[in-house]
Write a protein that binds this ligand. Structure first.
Ligand code: PEP
Length: 246
């Protein structure tokens, strides 16, 4: 049985003062009935570590370098993240694919770099609106996941997958539970063919998940949790989603 995972993605938001209130609110209200995490901007990892250590809430990064060390200005390695107790690293978020030109191959190397340091990559896949309207949704998400499976086959059961339709991220448009479940079932079937332990892999939904729609989405058989952007920036909103999962 997979435990539900609710992970927040703060994106490039926060300040030391605002984070302190948010982290305290999450820590105080978080139940232990599901897995919880917040993926914070890299400069705030130490703050998250100090605020959340000893609680049920884990912390994660929003990206990781494919490289181990060296002349890669601006990059942060998985080993560095590990020193801050990081449990998860988002890889292949659509904003990185779109604004930083990240390819399927690069995303899969980033997943490999995280796994090598015992960090669970949260591998994001998802189609744009144009791709959905062209009937390419399945093809796109399978292609994105196939790259990660190809490079990480032997430990693919250790990843988390997040289905995040690009048209639903930060737009207020959510995939219906049926639309999301349909894609999750496709991803589940792909994982079944790739690993003897597909049951271990959590598949999260992300894209304007909020307090009002979380329960219905999380009730779908192949939706194992959520990756939450905007609604993870206020403790009461995030805790309401967590309550729906618990
Ligand atoms: C995200 O950025 O991963 C995300 C799901 O954002 P939002 O919840 O704001 O749509």
């Amino acid at each position: 049985m997979r435990r539900t995972l609710i992970a927040g993605n703060w994106k490039m938001n926060g300040s030391l003062a605002a984070n302190a209130t948010l982290l305290e609110g999450i820590r105080a209200g978080a139940p232990v009935t599901c897995d919880l995490a917040v993926c914070v901007p890299a400069p705030y990892l130490a703050q998250a570590q100090s605020a959340l250590s000893g609680s049920a809430v884990r912390w994660g990064a929003q990206d990781v370098s494919e490289h181990e060390s060296g002349a890669y200005t601006g990059e942060v390695s998985a080993r560095m993240l590990r020193e801050f107790g990081v449990r998860y690293a988002i890889v292949g978020h659509s904003e990185r694919r779109q604004y930083h030109g990240e390819t399927d191959a690069l995303v899969s190397r980033k997943a490999r770099a995280a796994l090598a340091q015992g960090i669970t990559p949260i591998v994001c896949v998802g189609e744009t609106l144009a791709e959905r309207e062209a009937g390419q949704t399945e093809w796109v998400v399978k292609r994105q996941l196939a790259a990660v499976i190809h490079d990480n086959g032997h430990c693919i059961s250790e990843i988390v997958v997040a289905y995040e339709p690009v048209w639903a991220i930060g737009t207020g448009k959510t995939a219906t539970p049926e639309q999301a479940q349909q894609v999750h079932a496709v991803l589940r079937a792909q994982l079944k063919a790739a690993t003897p332990h597909p049951e271990r892999v959590k598949i999260l939904y992300g894209g304007s998940m909020n307090a009002a729609n979380a329960a219905q989405l999380l009730a779908q058989p192949d939706i194992d949790g959520g990756l939450i952007g905007g609604a993870s920036l206020k403790a009461p909103d995030f805790l309401t989603i967590i309550a729906a999962a618990a």
